[in-house]
Design a protein around this ligand. Structure first.
Ligand code: NAD
Ligand code: IPM
Ligand code: MN
Length: 381
């Protein structure tokens, strides 16, 4: 049987808890489809900072050894990084999030896909009125290796006259830059995806204020003219934030720059009921990386109550995009449908009316998902 080598990066907070379930799911997929997933854990984020500090070498949130393993692997599965323990705001301090940004940049993962699907069974768990959620299926295409995240970051101490009238203290700078190439490759991907979906692209920018957005819009129009079968529109980001909760069903593919995509995807996750439902795939030049859209959830870490579904749906995207295992991916996505339809809930998606016996821990949700997956895989076979 075929072997796929997966670098697993549990990271911090709830990361190890949800990663454990993803690995069990992978093992189950392997048994059902006669492939082997060889998972190997490596360090990233706060866990890497602690380990490199303890080892007495250079402190790093992305050790070389992790990056080399990721480069050599068939795919990378990441959980989450960060937490209050490492919230050191001293200039120059190593932060867990740097590890995540570095691995994205080093692997050339410029494209981040965040599919937002609404599950009928969760309509009540969403903060949005159920009638507005009918048929909502948005693919957020987020640029991932440019913009503010990778600009110049500076802190200048007490520049005389630099702030209002001078003497107003330090100044700080984060610069935002985009090249046509960086914009075009993600916008093009969005239009190609729209051709395979419902044929509509919303390109989100702030062209009424930002030069980068005016360049973005120019490129988007050029790409649009090459896709006559796709209907497209520009939308300002502030209006988009409102439209997402007012009339979410209007969107098919949404494409936008790094920071806007970060913020809008967290907002969009509420359409599905919880941030714990939103998976993502980061694609580009090097080994693809799959990760939930949420963070390390320090507020619930260590309690075994986190929702593992975003992590499991990240495995689904991995099966699809990296291994071409569409049948297995369909069975896994279907398993999530089945489990939710049967009323099983982790705390974040439970309702007042959810009976006690349907309320699950992280690992119990893993059990239900595997059971439902195996039932589907058996029927397929
Ligand atoms: P967060 O996404 O970790 O949590 C936001 C809220 O959503 C919390 O109330 C949390 O309990 C809840 N939540 C998130 N995932 C959940 C899950 N699977 N199940 C149930 N509830 C879930 O965002 P935050 O609190 O703003 O950030 C915490 C840390 O995570 C920060 O250090 C941040 O930088 C980091 N972060 C990392 C990633 C990543 O590794 N990809 C993404 C976002 C944030
Ligand atoms: C995400 C996260 C990261 C981002 C942080 C942790 C750097 O919020 O993946 O959405 O902003 O890209
Ligand atoms: Mn985010």
């Amino acid at each position: 049987s075929r072997t796929y080598r997966i670098v697993t990066l549990p990271g911090d907070g709830i990361g190890p808890e949800i990663m454990a379930e993803a690995k069990r799911v992978l093992a189950s997929v392997g048994r059902a489809y006669d492939v082997e997933f060889a998972c190997e854990d490596h360090l990233i984020g706060g866990a890497a900072i602690d380990a490199t500090r303890a080892a007495g070498g250079p402190v790093s949130a992305l050790p070389d050894e992790t990056l080399e393993a990721a480069r050599a692997a068939d795919a990378v599965l990441l959980a989450a990084v960060g937490g209050p323990k490492w919230n050191d705001t001293t200039p120059g301090a190593v932060r867990p999030e740097q590890g995540l940004l570095a691995i994205r940049k080093q692997l050339g993962l410029y494209l981040n896909l965040r599919p937002v699907r609404v599950y009928d069974a969760l309509a009540q768990a969403s903060s949005i009125k159920p009638e507005l959620l009918k048929g909502v299926d948005v693919l957020i295409v987020r640029e991932l290796t440019g913009g503010l995240y990778f600009g110049r970051h500076e802190r200048n101490h007490d520049v005389p006259g630099a702030a209002m009238g001078g003497g107003a203290g330090d100044t700080a700078l984060d610069s935002m830059e985009y090249s046509e190439l960086e914009i075009e490759r993600v916008v093009r991907w969005a239009f190609d995806a729209a051709e395979r979906r419902r044929g509509h692209v919303t390109s989100v920018d702030k062209a009424n204020v930002l030069e980068t957005s005016r360049l973005w819009r120019e490129v988007a129009h050029r790409v649009a003219s090459e896709h006559p079968s796709v209907e497209s529109e520009d939308m300002l980001v502030d209006n988009t934030a409102m439209q997402l909760v007012a009339r979410p069903a209007q969107f098919d593919v949404m494409v936008t720059e790094n920071t806007f995509g970060d913020i809008l995807s967290d907002e969009a996750s509420m359409l599905t009921g919880s941030l714990g439902m939103l998976a993502s795939a980061s694609l580009g030049d090097g080994t693809a990386l799959y990760e939930p859209s949420h963070g390390s959830a320090p507020d619930i870490a260590g309690r075994g109550i986190a929702n593992p579904i975003a992590q499991v749906l990240s495995v689904e995207l991995m099966l699809r995009y990296s291994f071409g295992m569409d049948e297995a991916a369909d069975a896994l996505a279907g398993a999530v449908d089945d489990v939710l339809a049967a009323g099983w809930r982790t705390a974040d998606i439970a309702e007042e009316t959810t009976p006690e016996e349907r309320r699950l821990s992280t690992s119990q949700m893993g059990d239900r998902l595997i059971e439902a997956f195996e039932a589907r895989a058996t029927r397929q076979g």
